[in-house]
Design a protein around this ligand. Sequence first.
Ligand SMILES: Cc1cc2nc3c(=O)[nH]c(=O)nc-3n(C[C@H](O)[C@H](O)[C@H](O)COP(=O)(O)OP(=O)(O)OC[C@H]3O[C@@H](n4cnc5c(N)ncnc54)[C@H](O)[C@@H]3O)c2cc1C
Length: 381
Amino acid sequence: MNGDRMDRVVVVGNGIAGLTAADTLREAGFDGELTIVGDEPHPAYSRPALSKALLLDSDDLSSHELPPAGHGAKELLGVRATGLRLDERLVTLDDGTALPYDRLVLATGSRARRLSDLPEELTLRGLDDALALRSRLAGRPSVLVIGGGPLGMEIASGCLAAGCRVTLVSQGAPLLLQLGPYLADVFVRAAREQGLTIVETPGSARLERHDGSARAVLDDGSVLEAEVLLSAVGDIPNTEWLADTGLVVRGAVPVDSHGLVRPDVAAVGDLAAFPTPQGLRRLPLWSSAIEQAKVAARALLHGDDAPPLRFQPYFWTEQFGLSLKAVGHLPLEGEPEYVDGEPGGGPALMRWPHEDGTGVAAALNYRIPMPRLRRMTQQAA
Ligand SMILES: Cc1cc2nc3c(=O)[nH]c(=O)nc-3n(C[C@H](O)[C@H](O)[C@H](O)COP(=O)(O)OP(=O)(O)OC[C@H]3O[C@@H](n4cnc5c(N)ncnc54)[C@H](O)[C@@H]3O)c2cc1C
């Protein structure tokens, strides 16, 4: 344990990174006072479910729920951290109080990037956004989704499944940047077969109000209108409350390989940029948030004696009747080796080999235990 007092840990942010940090602190033996501050009124939930099962479920509104937390922390929900005084070790809150800490976890995640400040522009980041969208979809409105990344495509898939007419605007081919051409093509074909209209544009869409309603204008001047307009164009880390601390660099909080900003402060999840072979990067993914939080919580207690982050990216998506799990760095160039199954849309287990014998493993509509998928990245199949 670091030499000084270690009685109180404060975790700011009640998403998966904050929850995992709190659980790991307990597992690693911290039995002092643990407090979690979260500005959403809900207990921690599964964010990935919001654009998947929660949009699809007919009556079941529980797909996002996580098992009850076992960390026994004092949870201050619906409370926002407004500032941090590093020298005094104090987190200030929007209810006018301040929380002292001995160790601090920054886990305030990110929010949806917006294209405009028009109220008609919906985004999907939180549970309340998802529930509001669900209720709009019940009336089967026409939907315009702007953004051809995994989130935009999942939302488009959910809206189609709800019986809506859906158009998706994508800068270039959907999913190309995230998955590479081979897998992107598999998803785009399935999306088109299910009735998604895809509009590719080289530039970005602009949103404007016209005759009392909102619409999207593309670079070539074409105009797209729909009853529901939703953008999924990336995320912005929630770092404003750290503005005076000097901890924020280019919009994120850089950390070392233990997830630490300094010996008494960790930063984990979507707001943290951690060392990767490509330099300091944010990797705003669920499993990344979990792995970072596990490492950082132990490092807060045990310093450099704790193991550093050895993160292997894991990506999954569910859309248009397809489920993909991929272990390793994306996007993927070229064609895969088929370990099982064959090209054409059926269940398939694939591998993109690297020259050194490792590779990226992907399972498409294929049930496989995670440890086996991970092992496929390490050895020739
Ligand atoms: C709809 C959707 C689907 C996704 N699907 C996938 C997927 O399929 N696979 C995948 O790997 N990843 C997916 N992701 C990304 C994944 O959910 C995130 O990477 C992950 O949730 C990040 O966790 P986090 O705890 O860092 O941040 P968050 O989940 O954003 O949690 C941060 C919490 O802190 C709160 N907060 C912010 N500011 C303050 C403050 N000042 N004071 C107090 N609290 C504050 C926030 O409101 C939030 O509750 C998806 C994301 C979304 C939005």
